[in-house]
Design a protein around this ligand. Structure first.
Ligand code: FAD
Length: 383
């Protein structure tokens, strides 16, 4: 009998796991609360930044390199453009930890970069205002990801290869029996699998309630501002500003506007995306308006569009990608902490490699944790 593998959540990571598994000799089933490519989780808002310059930990570099290769494969196989490689910018204080890590990457990783002084950057990229000690690094291979289309395309290719996707289906429980088989229960039924990958994003603590102390759910807000003058954003490059005034921004396809996002302190903690507030209070918009006025003087003073998304974080903001501590046939891939899209095809391959017992294509052991705090989950009462 072929190995039976389930993927819980066909979003950013799950769609890639499913695509990779669909090319191997196993029977694959994806469970998805909505439908692949929806915008109610972490994958909405039309754009994500692809950058090859790491600000946190250079051990991610090979993962991003592998993601780059797999994206090209996904695009060639599907015939769809899923990223635009426009070049991208990283800017910030040259002495801050993020920029120092970025400069180490420039020196080490063999791609093409250019480092601009503050004065040269202001001339080359006039849409930005900079602080006194800021430098800017141009990353030739950076660009703009189409997130919903990427998820939708990976899932469609998986289905074309024979995977089953159960849409509008909520997984309520994942439980491993003593014989090692894993039961996946939805509202309607329980099915049995040999291995299960849980990739349910900001819902992961609901799918695996004993991991509630590992994942912290956040609501992220994206805010779009029009450019003040026609044409002023024509050559606007996607960018990331390092801490302390962290932000990132991407132009919309017709270059009439820029979407910006702010950092961790601006993300509202939530229990679960189900029922979380979608409306953004006027007070919560103020940091975006102030940030745009300070660092992006070419933008209008008030946003034209506001959207909310949901993401899972871990305490150290490294994702969790290893077997569940009690259920060794369940692999948990969650807590991507705001940086998971650019490496999602490679992480999908990591999940598929685990499920099929294949030697991993990239080394992600630096993410492994010795200890995972689990909480006791009471058995449901049968009264
Ligand atoms: C606003 C925003 C901007 C970002 N910008 C960037 C960026 O520029 N670059 C970058 O690299 N990263 C970025 N990120 C991070 C990146 O988008 C996320 O790390 C990544 O999308 C997380 O993927 P995921 O698979 O964990 O979650 P998701 O993509 O949300 O997928 C989880 C899926 O599981 C499904 N699901 C949940 N529960 C169940 C259940 N019980 N049963 C069945 N299905 C279920 C959900 O419906 C969903 O489809 C950003 C994130 C946000 C929110």
């Amino acid at each position: 009998m072929r190995q039976r593998v389930a993927v819980i959540g066909v979003g950013t990571i799950g769609s890639q796991v499913l695509w990779q598994l669909s090319k191997r000799d196993c029977e694959v089933t994806g469970y998805e609360l909505f439908s692949p490519g929806h915008s109610k989780g972490a994958a909405g808002g039309e754009t994500r930044l692809f950058r090859t310059l790491e600000l946190e930990d250079l051990r991610y570099d090979p993962v991003v390199d592998r993601a780059d290769e797999l994206w090209k494969d996904l695009e060639a196989t599907s015939g769809r453009e899923l990223r635009q490689i426009t070049g991208s910018l990283v800017m910030g204080d040259e002495d801050c930890p993020g920029m120092r890590t970025a400069l180490e990457g420039v020196a080490q990783n063999g791609r093409e970069y250019r480092v601009y002084s503050r004065e040269d950057a202001l001339k080359a990229f006039p849409q930005f205002a900079l602080d006194d000690n800021d430098i800017t690094v141009w990353d030739r291979d950076g660009g703009i990801i189409k997130p919903e289309l990427t998820v939708n395309t990976a899932a469609a290719l998986a289905e074309a290869n024979g995977a089953t996707i159960l849409r509008a289906t909520r997984v309520e429980c994942v439980d491993q029996r003593e014989d090692g088989t894993v039961l996946v229960t939805t509202d309607g039924e329980t099915r049995e699998f040999d291995r299960v990958v849980v990739a349910s994003g900001a819902w992961t603590a609901k799918v695996l309630p004993d991991m509630i102390d590992v994942f912290h759910m956040r609501r992220l807000v994206s805010v779009w501002f029009f450019g003040k003058q026609p044409g002023c954003l024509d050559d606007f490059l996607p960018y990331l500003r390092t801490e302390p005034a962290y932000s990132y921004g991407l132009p919309v396809p017709d270059r009439s506007a820029v979407k910006i996002g702010l950092g961790f302190p601006n993300h509202l903690p939530i229990d679960c995306p189900d029922g979380a507030p979608l409306d953004v209070a006027e007070d919560d918009l103020r940091p975006f308006i102030d940030h745009a006025a300070r660092y992006l003087p070419v933008l209008d003073s008030y946003p034209m569009r506001i959207s909310t998304f949901f993401e899972g974080y871990t305490d150290d903001r490294h994702e969790y990608a290893q077997p569940h501590p009690r259920m060794d046939n369940v692999f948990v891939m969650a807590g991507f902490s705001g940086h998971g899209f650019k490496m999602s095809p490679a992480m999908g391959e990591v999940g598929a490699d685990w499920a099929t017992g294949t030697t991993p294509h990239v080394d992600t052991t630096f993410l492994h944790r010795e200890h995972t705090p689990l909480v006791e989950v009471p058995e449901p009462s049968m009264a």
